[in-house]
Write a protein that binds this ligand. Sequence first.
Ligand code: NAP
Length: 315
Amino acid sequence: MPDTHHHKVVVIGSGPAGLTAALYTARANLCPIVFEGLQPGGQLTITTEVENYPGFPKGIMGPELMDLFREQAHKFGAQSVYQEVTSVDLSSRPFKIVSEGTTYLGDTVIVSTGASAKLIGIPSEAEYMGYGVSACATCDGFFFKNQHVMVIGGGDTAMEEATYLTKFASKVTVVHRRNELRASKVMQERAFENPKIEFVWDSAVEEVLGRNEGGKKTFTGVRLKNLKTGASTDFNCDGLFLAIGHHPNTKLFKGVLDMDAVGYLVTKPRSTETNVAGVFAAGDVADPTYRQAVSAAGSGCMAAIDAERFLVHHG
Ligand code: NAP
């Protein structure tokens, strides 16, 4: 028999939603346990400066903000487990959550597993991932000092990453599949005004180019297809950063929790409760629309209150 650990509240995921849910349930004396997963602190730990989290008029670095979230949750008794959840059984209460061979029991579960960077999905992209291709400028930008990099995407993430990369790179080329950006005005202007950033419009990555000599991989550039003319052109560059959005991390819950067509969890109207009573969802995992740290934290608070009320009624 595996070891079992019984908790009133099990939080899966440790971004702003998960750690806020942990803070609130800890303050309600529910002694939550938080599975922090492979990226403790979530997506903000791979961003740079956060300028729009209320209460920090001078801005704050993403990782520092998440450390503060965690410190505050721990102060009231939340416990972090720095492991990934590998499976869940939500068919009856207490729910079963398995991590590294140990089964944990939860009277309630708050799912805040967030979202991850989307990839284009071509084999050459996978082949050169980590060898010139990256989905995280903050993690890998440093390696491209005085080099030419490309950023794919036209949203806020792409503008943020392109601007950030100019700290290191000599030139940043943003490639977007349309001829107008999706990014907010302020982020667009910042990128347009940066002399190191140039744009290639109406284009998509057709192939990631490189040499693979007996496993020694050297990234050399990309083949772009102009979506208006159909013409393909090879571009030399030193790095490729993908910034084309995110997908929700809901694989664990397939077939069990209701999801939309993309895979975002669906909650009941005016509630964070999922289709399984006692299981709540908070943050980006259930939010295809706003996807902000502050809205995630807000929904983490809501999930904590919903879980607390559920426990009062169901014991
Ligand atoms: P997004 O807004 O969904 O933008 C994704 C971009 O990638 C779009 O321009 C899209 O093109 C393009 N794209 C999608 N799939 C593609 C593909 N297969 N090939 C080529 N291009 C593709 O995602 P995001 O930029 O990650 O932003 C998500 C949310 O986070 C937004 O609400 C954003 O405001 C927020 N955010 C805020 C900040 C900030 O305020 N500091 C920073 C980052 C993100 P189309 O435009 O043609 O669809």
